[in-house]
Design a protein. Structure first.
Length: 201
């Protein structure tokens, strides 16, 4: 492979009072320490996507709205994704679901990992995302990082609680939980980069 895998960390919420940017910034703090992958924060809020109103998915017909086209072009830059998802009313955010509906081939056959947060750590949103991502033939890492909205967020960032580990290892515990996710994600991203260079059959 001639280049490192390029991974997008996507913030799912577009609310002014959102918590997602804090979770994404916390995650990027670890990602910036890596030298084997290039990570970029992708803030859905900056794209001002309209509700999906195209004639069809761009799997079947080119999109016409320039905002949708700009979103598609951005997502196409990456070899894999980390979805930082909120849980709204036992479900996913409408903003990111709309963003996924606005794209087809750009997602397909690429790896994805999930970081969630919510009243119950966002786990119900994660289960729905697994179904949605599978529909795009995306390779979803089994491990996930799930954060409590009530106990692990502060006004300035994220302070994870201890997770099934001994001693005061809050940050280390989350890094350990993400280790498998990152190893598998790295391998899948390598595969995605290699496949993108293969000639058409």
């Amino acid at each position: 492979m001639n280049r490192q895998p390029k991974i997008a960390v996507i913030i799912s919420s577009t609310r002014d009072a959102r918590f997602g940017a804090r979770a994404a910034d916390w995650l990027m703090g670890f990602d910036r320490q890596r030298s084997d992958m290039d990570f970029e924060l992708v803030d859905l809020k900056t794209f001002d996507l309209p509700l999906f109103n195209e004639k069809a998915s761009n799997l079947w017909a080119p999109s016409e709205d320039p905002r949708a086209i700009a979103w598609q072009q951005k997502i196409a830059e990456f070899d894999g994704y980390v979805v930082v998802t909120a849980e709204y009313n036992h479900s996913i955010t409408g903003a990111l679901k709309n963003a996924f509906d606005s794209i087809g081939p750009e997602w397909q056959n690429k790896p994805a990992a999930i970081v969630s947060y919510g009243a119950d750590n966002g786990v119900r949103a994660v289960e729905q995302w697994r179904q949605i991502l599978a529909n795009f033939n995306m390779h979803v890492v089994r491990s996930q990082v799930s954060l409590s909205l009530f106990t692990e967020f502060s006004e300035t960032g994220v302070s994870p609680e201890e997770r099934r580990t001994g001693g005061d290892r809050r940050e280390e515990a989350h890094q350990d939980r993400g280790a498998e996710e990152r190893r598998v994600g790295e391998w899948r991203a390598d595969v995605a980069v290699t496949a993108s260079k293969a000639p058409e059959p």
